[in-house]
Design a protein around this ligand. Structure first.
Ligand SMILES: *Cc1c(COP(=O)(O)O)cnc(C)c1O
Length: 372
């Protein structure tokens, strides 16, 4: 009887139960409860930001962040093709146009050398997305933003606790976001956070989150908002999770180093970059990129049969049928992103992963690849 090693399992054995019970016993379960503010405050403290606005997931955090920037309709926002669809959705739902950039073959992040050639008179912002625990090379992005007068949106959902040249991710742009989905560094079940140092942007996000109710005349609306509020129950879990962030990052880093040690001699795979000139990987997930001759579908299927869970890499935005139907990105080619989508997947990387499971997973990968 084999036991299956899932691709992710969170750790919820800190103060989560205690705070949740407190929320229930006091009757504070909605977004009005005190944990929401406490979670926001400790999150802004941790990331070094002035304002934190908790919302109900990372996707709407992005949507709210982009909308709050109030960019002219049909403006262009430059973003990586290789990312989650939430990024493109946020741009489109704000009435803006996503413009894509290919990835770097080593870090798998947006290739910052390809941004400038995509800038036009309509470009108003760059969305930087830190992929799988390695940050985007932000300095060139910031320089371009200064040169052309652009805003920067930072999607740091996969980089909580990471730094860029010593500065915390989530504190590298005009507005930044996080997600607290259960596979993220900390979880609230579903949840998200928006961060900024700009009081106007923070107010705008708070208003959009809360149906654009007005402080003075609550039921008089000047704009259309959303109910994107986070509940006190989610924030209770988030607060307990954030207390352990340093420990969680430690677990991820040690997992990454161990996988690398166990897998680095296998010539048929490319492992995640451990280090660049600006950061060391914190391995939000441990990704593997197969060499061209190997089919990732077959490898993932064989690993599944051996009891190892995997998840394929993102498929680039320029390869999405839904966007082609909308007349977007047709004929565009981003070979690095396409190769990542075709040949990449990640292996069990959750916080509850044991040393033994890392060993077993590595051994099974070796067995499967030895068949080639
Ligand atoms: C998880 C994730 C999101 C979306 O967050 P949800 O909470 O799942 O909506 C956005 N961007 C990136 C890079 C992510 O990894």
């Amino acid at each position: 009887m084999k036991t299956f090693i899932p691709v992710n399992e969170p750790l919820l054995n800190g103060n989560e139960k205690k705070y949740l019970l407190e929320a229930i016993e006091t009757g504070w379960i909605s977004s009005e409860g005190p944990f929401v503010k406490q979670f926001e405050d400790s999150f802004s403290g941790y990331t070094g930001r002035k304002y934190a606005i908790a919302v109900c997931n990372g996707t709407v955090a992005l949507e709210t962040a982009v909308r709050a920037l109030n960019l002219d309709k049909n403006s262009e926002v430059i973003m990586p093709s290789f990312t989650i669809i939430s990024c493109a959705l946020a741009v489109l739902r704000a009435g803006l146009k996503p413009v894509l950039v290919d990835s770097d073959p080593i870090t798998w992040n947006m290739d910052v050398n390809r941004i400038e050639s995509k800038i036009t008179s309509k470009t108003k912002a760059i969305m930087a997305v830190h992929i799988y625990g390695m940050p985007v090379d932000m300095e060139p992005v910031i320089k371009l933003a200064e040169k052309y007068g652009l805003k920067i949106i930072e999607d740091a959902a996969e980089a909580l606790g990471q730094t860029y040249k010593g500065k915390k991710c989530g504190n590298l742009a005009d507005i930044s976001i996080f997600s607290f989905y259960p596979n993220k560094h900390i979880t609230t079940g579903e949840g998200g956070m928006i961060l900024t140092n700009d009081p106007g942007l923070a107010d705008k996000c708070r208003s959009l989150r809360n149906l654009c109710f007005q402080p003075k005349k609550r039921f008089l609306h000047e704009e259309l908002g959303h109910n994107f509020r986070m509940t006190n129950l989610q924030a209770a879990v988030g607060l307990a999770q954030l207390e352990r962030i340093e420990e969680f990052i430690e677990i991820k880093c040690s997992m990454g180093k161990k996988y690398t040690k166990l897998l680095q001699d296998i010539s048929l795979i490319q492992l995640p970059a451990h280090k660049t000139g600006y950061a060391e990987n914190i391995y939000w997930v441990y990704g593997i990129l197969l060499k061209p001759e190997i089919s990732s579908d077959v490898v993932m299927q064989k690993l599944k049969e051996k009891g190892i869970g995997t998840r394929p890499f993102f498929i680039g935005m320029h390869e999405q049928p839904v966007f082609h139907k909308m007349g977007l990105f047709s004929g565009e080619k981003y070979p690095i992103a396409e190769n990542l989508a075709k040949k990449g997947f990640y292996i069990p990387s959750g916080l509850a992963l044991t040393q033994e499971q890392i060993l077993i997973t590595s051994q099974k990968i070796r067995e499967v690849l030895n068949e080639w």
